[in-house]
Design a protein around this ligand. Structure first.
Ligand code: ADP
Length: 869
């Protein structure tokens, strides 16, 4: 890149490619390096922590540059993608010789963007986490309805679904995509989404694209997809087409995702229950990490999916449970099965690479070994009696690949290489012509070895060697002091190169043998290449059957892993019922229990018994007493059961839950900004509008994030509303003793507390749940436990005595609350009043259609209006 005013041809080429790459970093191939320039170089150097240099000038200024070696590019790509970058790869699409032939000695090698590497379009083994699905999603809105299409191109899975705009965030939270594309002009698009042209999101075009990908005349065989789903699907395929520069990856027939088949959970619930990710980010500390005993990556991915989308229909849950129980009851079979699964390569992902034309001989080998192993597993299971129904359905998918595995077994060597350009992966005996070519090069190589010995003798130079390099090919080398003999005109050697200490020669015989090797080698390579293409075609033709095998094996691994975990922890098979109850005996929190076990502490099991006549539990007791743990373990047990697994309890009877909600009160509104309390209230509002009689809600110290009076008043009203209106199962942890008075007016509400004892001035937390209201808060004892200096605790005690005296005299914070009419009655009275403008506006709001942000803005607006009214 030199510094004239008009850009050099290379700079012009670079700038044109960069314009095409848009806001992706451009990896510009130069020989053995990918180079980055200008801002791209600055960004990449920062992320990768590599040297930022410069090369030539552009418009009078040095051009910042950095580069990564091609052979190590994948690991650098991985880091850039993880840092949120997208990368366009510009390759040299002709050789320097071709360029010279085309445009003379100074011609620039043609380059083109061959692929965009983005978080959602990866297939490379090194760039993917084996135990996590990698999802790309497209979302858009068609006539008030959101369509979502997602796929994991590493395995080809694709699902289409639809939801109300108000549920989009929850749906996307469940899907957990690493990249989302949305129309450029869509105002409700999630913040992290990548805007794409509106024209990509046409439903007719989407239908056409789907039909084309699967070669069908109608989509009816796959499901009844709505306009919104088809529009999203079209955009998804268009984006894949763009990223792969016209090469589409593996896409299996789309599956219709029915939202009623699954338990609904919003993003806040997912985050607070730490299902697949802990709150700090990362897998460690999550429910998934605590229960995952899968021995294959595909199994771990499926388990994460099961936990992210638990079922809400009894029959498929029972099917999964029956399978887990069957394996739970037969430890020997389970051990054999897990041993066999452990030997499985990731055939789903190997298939993904092969179909995306990024496959290697090793991927073919993995398909061969994986399908072979599937056969072994099939045999292991087939002979067993009393097979559960789910297994029966899976079994047929495990076999039937005999013809393909036979071909692959004959064609490939035992451990094929990852580079398709490295020769030798086709096994001997597969192709007679190839074997012969190999023999020719073998015999020529032997001839060259013999030639070396002969020349040493003939010239009397024991240090003579025949060597090979990329520039000269084969040559004869002798130390300089012996060169004279070979220089003689009649020696039969011709001089090629003189080095400082050695001289290099050629000979006619050597040339002939070298030519034999080169020709046979070239033809052998071409033959292997052709076989590779053929084998890829064989595999691609059976893509759906192979994907079904991979999916069946993953399901078997999940069931075996669940059974293993249950056996390890003494877990039980939950009973699923339609009654709105939740009867958990000796329930435990799988994550807290595992954490305690590390320090040798024992987890105290607790019961939970919610039913139609006692569906709301208020739980009091000291801080650190175990309230949150109890709430969460109850929610997690429901989630595990509906995901089709055993649960950490002595017994559990679970009335199917349609929606699960978990809310945690803001603890520190000063440090985290005042809006935290607002968020807490917006989230609580969602529960009050959405929870049905079949829902399960856990509320942890809701109301805590504001002043005592406000907080108590809100907690009171929320508990009452749940009791009177939602009538759903609910565990409500609170430190407001005053709420206990609700028990007087709410028959289905009961009081509970976590027990604690003061012993010789020290507080002992028993983590044991007991009936009745908490007698006191033990706040000062907790403070002492936490190391607050004794004089401060003593002073606090004096203040407390004074406050309590005041409370006794006035009737306390909740004095008179008992006389308030109940929520429903009070709400009815509001209805009687004649409507005002504020009320009319409220009536018009479609709560489900609001994003939390809009809800917040609207609240402010309504408040302003109320203030001026
Ligand atoms: P709270 O919500 O009442 O403040 P937590 O549920 O956060 O209390 O529990 C605090 C700590 O007490 C937990 O981190 C855990 O170490 C311990 N703990 C909670 N429940 C139990 C239990 N059932 N058995 C043993 N230890 C527990």
């Amino acid at each position: 890149m030199s510094g004239s005013a008009t850009p050099t041809p290379m700079m012009a080429q670079y700038l044109a490619l960069k314009a095409e790459a848009g806001d992706c970093l451009l990896f510009y191939r130069m020989g053995d390096f990918f180079e980055l320039f200008f801002d791209d170089a600055r960004t990449a150097a920062g992320v990768l922590d590599i040297a930022l240099t410069s090369r030539g000038e552009h418009e009078g200024k040095p051009v910042p540059m950095c580069g990564v070696p091609v052979h190590a590019a994948e690991s650098y790509l991985a880091r850039l993608i993880r840092a949120g970058c997208r990368v366009a790869i510009a390759e040299q699409v002709e050789s320097p010789e071709e360029a010279r032939q085309r445009g003379g000695s100074k011609a620039l090698v043609a380059r083109d963007i061959v692929r965009f590497v983005t978080a959602g379009t990866l297939t490379e083994e090194t760039l993917l986490n084996p135990r996590r699905a990698n999802v790309l999603a497209a979302a858009c809105e068609v006539r008030g309805c959101c369509g979502i299409a997602w796929c994991d191109i590493s395995t080809g899975r694709m699902e289409l679904e639809e939801c109300a705009p108000g549920s989009l965030a929850a749906t996307l939270a469940r899907i957990g995509a690493s990249e989302i594309v949305t129309p450029e002009d869509w105002q409700n698009a999630p913040g992290e989404a990548l805007p794409r042209p509106r024209s990509d999101f046409g439903s007719e075009e989407g239908e056409r694209r789907l039909k084309a990908v699967h070669g069908v005349a109608t989509l009816d065989g796959f499901g009844a997809f709505s306009r919104a789903m088809l529009a999203a699907a079209g955009a998804l395929i268009a984006y894949l087409d763009h990223a792969g520069r016209g090469k589409l990856p593996l896409l299996l027939p789309p599956v219709l995702h029915a939202s009623t088949a699954h338990m609904a959970m919003d993003a806040a619930t997912r985050a607070s229950l730490e299902i697949v990710e802990a709150q700090g980010g990362g897998r460690a500390g999550s429910l998934l990490a605590a229960i995952d005993r899968c021995v294959t990556g595909a199994g771990a991915r499926l388990l994460a999916e099961d936990l992210s989308a638990p079922l809400a229909i009894a029959q498929p849950i029972e099917q999964r449970l029956a399978f887990v129980r069957w394996l739970h009851g037969d430890p020997l079979l389970r051990a054999d099965l897990r041993g066999a699964l452990r030997a499985l390569p990731d055939i789903g992902r190997a298939l993904g690479r092969i179909v995306a034309e990024r496959g290697s001989p090793r991927d073919l080998g993995q398909i061969r070994d994986g399908l072979d192993q599937a056969r072994v597993i099939f045999e292991l299971l087939r002979t067993r009696a009393d097979r559960p129904q789910l297994l029966e359905q899976l079994l047929s998918s495990l076999a039937g690949h005999g013809a393909l595995t036979d071909v692959l077994a004959r064609a490939l060597i035992a451990a094929p290489p990852t580079e398709r350009s490295s020769a030798g992966f086709i096994a001997e005996g597969y192709d007679a012509a190839l074997d012969e070519l190999r023999q020719v090069s073998g015999s020529a190589r032997r001839a060259i070895a013999a030639l070396e010995a002969r020349y040493r003798d003939e010239t009397g130079t024991p240090s003579l060697k025949i060597k090979h390099n990329g520039v000269l090919g084969y040559f004869i080398e002798v130390p300089a002091r012996h060169a004279d003999k070979l220089m003689a005109p009649d020696s039969g050697f011709s001089h090629r190169q003189t080095m400082a200490s050695a001289v290099r020669f050629n000979s006619l015989t050597l040339h002939e043998e070298a030519t034999r090797i080169a020709e046979a080698g070239g033809r052998a390579l071409a033959a292997e290449e052709a076989h590779f293409e053929e084998l890829v075609e064989h595999v691609a033709q059976r893509r759906e059957a192979i994907a079904a095998t991979a999916a069946a094996l993953a399901r078997v691994d999940v069931a075996a892993g669940q059974a293993e975990r249950a056996a390890e922890g003494g877990w039980c098979r939950p009973e699923i019922t339609a009654e709105p109850c939740l009867e958990i005996v000796e329930g435990r929190h799988p994550v807290v229990e595992a954490a305690l076990a590390k320090t040798g502490e024992r987890f105290v099991a607790n019961d939970c018994r919610l039913g139609p006549n006692d569906y709301l539990w208020l739980i009091g007791g000291p801080n650190m007493g175990g309230k949150s743990t109890f709430l969460r373990q109850s929610a997690l047990i429901v989630l595990l059961a509906q995901a089709g697994g055993f649960v950490p309890a002595a017994s559990a009877r679970i009335g199917l839950v349609d929606r699960l909600f978990s809310r945690v009160g803001a603890s520190d509104n000063l440090a985290r900004g005042r809006s935290t309390f607002m968020v807490e209230m917006v989230e609580t509002a969602v529960i009050l509008t959405q929870a049905t009689a079949r829902s399960f809600v856990i509320l942890d110290e809701v109301g805590r994030g504001t002043s005592t009076y406000d907080g108590l008043a809100l907690a009171w009203a929320v508990a009452e509303a749940i009791h009177e209106n939602n009538r759903c199962r609910c565990l409500f942890a609170t430190h407001y003793h005053e709420l206990a008075r609700l028990a007087e007016s709410c028959p289905a509400l009961s009081l509970h507390h976590v027990r604690a004892r003061e012993w010789k001035g020290d507080l002992v937390l028993l983590h044991e749940l007991s009936e009745g209201a908490a007698d006191r808060s033990y706040g000062l004892a907790v403070a002492r436990l936490a190391g607050v200096p004794p004089e401060v605790v003593t002073r606090a005690k004096r203040v407390l005595d004074k406050l309590e005296k005041g409370r006794a005299e006035t009737g306390g914070l909740a004095a008179g609350l008992g006389e308030l009419p109940l929520f429903a009655a009070a709400a009815a009275r509001v209805e009687d009043q004649k409507p005002d403008t504020l009320r009319t506006r409220l009536d018009e709001i479609e709560v489900d259609a609001l994003t939390p942000r809009e809800a917040l803005d609207l609240l402010y607006e309504l408040k302003r209006e109320a203030g001026t009214a």
